[in-house]
Design a protein around this ligand. Structure first.
Ligand SMILES: Cc1ncc(COP(=O)(O)O)c(C=O)c1O
Length: 343
């Protein structure tokens, strides 16, 4: 993509914004007396967190082999989705594009910002139809395309993802919330080639830290500067920053847990195939299955009666429930309950 100027995609009011700069976070001190932000001198958590999340970004930069100024940290990737829409989409004027079905929050944040949502229907295997994509992008002016890969709630990855990044005439966000469960390569490696690309990842899924609320965006330095300009200065609290740094230092725990979930994924797939009330199990690259049942209401209600919570996708995905992979014991409870449901 030649002569790409990100500023032509950005809302004018955002280009004019002066970011809030925390002086202490942008300068080096040895033993400062901190009398600059009206904090309380007493208490264990009396200080504001590092607004630039320096330590965390340096760790991630080494891990992902990318420059620290190509990383933005959000209060979950949810916050980053919201900020991306706010940066690029003029309320009441611009539209976003998303796959259908896909992660609902893209549409939710677009609606809050008063942007319309164009839905690109997936085919019966939950794949994008390239001709439909080309037609829609030729006919409509679209600002941001949210590509979710592996996709929630279908579980499959987008095939030939570079085709969409290359051919979309706007910003492409590849949401890789579940990438660590898949064999697919991250799109972070494509950032040099495509200045319109933003890759989202999260600590909520494979890292098992949904409660810490930390998501990451990887993009060009220019896009990351824009995200840092619009984010709340102290969006990631001190505890969460520390927890994530500690988790990154203990990669062994992460590897062990992901392996266990993948083992359980294989086991569950085999078990599901033997269960009478199941019609189809879609293949998955994520930590959940999309499962079709012959009587979805009965199955969902029976599970709920046993306090087994799942995510009913019917009627929008006909007869389907999305089921998260739990630990061995939880999965055994699920299997036993499903086996007890007769059609
Ligand atoms: C595809 C996708 N993106 C983003 C998120 C949000 O993640 P976070 O917890 O980082 O806000 C989810 C959560 O379910 C998701 O499925």
């Amino acid at each position: 993509m030649k002569q790409f100027n990100i500023n032509t995609f950005v809302r004018n009011n955002i280009l004019e914004l002066q970011p809030y700069i925390s002086f202490r976070d942008h300068n080096e001190f040895t033993a400062p007396v901190l009398l600059d932000t009206n904090e309380n001198p007493f208490g264990a958590f009396n200080r504001y967190p590092d607004s630039t999340q320096k330590k965390l970004k340096n760790k991630l930069a080494a891990l992902k082999e990318i420059a620290p100024d190509q990383i933005a940290i959000g209060n979950g990737s949810d916050e980053l989705i919201d900020l991306i829409i706010k940066i690029f989409c003029e309320p009441k004027k611009d539209s976003i594009l998303m796959m259908n079905p896909s992660f609902a929050m893209y549409g939710f944040y677009a609606a809050i910002n008063e942007n319309s949502v164009v839905r690109l229907d997936l085919d019966e295997n939950f794949e994008i139809v390239k001709d439909d994509f080309i037609k829609i992008t030729d006919e409509l002016q679209l600002k941001v395309f949210f590509l979710c890969s592996p996709n929630n709630p279908t579980g499959n990855s987008v095939e030939d993802i570079e085709f969409y990044i290359r051919n979309f005439k706007g910003i492409v966000v590849v949401d890789e919330a579940y990438i660590e469960f898949s064999d697919q390569k991250s799109c972070i490696g494509l950032l040099e080639k495509y200045p319109n690309l933003i890759v989202l990842q999260t600590f909520s899924k494979a890292w098992g830290m949904a409660g810490a609320r930390v998501g990451t965006a990887y993009a060009s330095k220019e896009i990351i500067t824009l995200i840092n300009t619009v984010k709340a200065p102290y969006n990631i609290n001190s505890l969460s920053q520390e927890l994530i740094i500690k988790a990154l230092d203990e990669q062994g725990e992460f590897d062990k847990n992901v392996k266990e979930i993948l083992n359980e994924r294989n086991r569950l797939k085999e078990e599901f195939e033997k269960i009478e009330c199941i019609v189809k199990v879609y293949s998955t690259d994520a930590n959940f299955f999309l499962v079709e049942f012959n009587d979805v209401e009965k199955v969902y209600d029976s599970l709920l009666k046993q306090e087994i919570l799942t995510s009913k996708r019917a009627p929008s995905i006909l007869n389907c429930i999305r089921i998260n992979i739990g630990n061995k014991e939880e999965n055994n409870t699920l299997i036993a309950t499903l086996k007890s449901i007769t059609s």
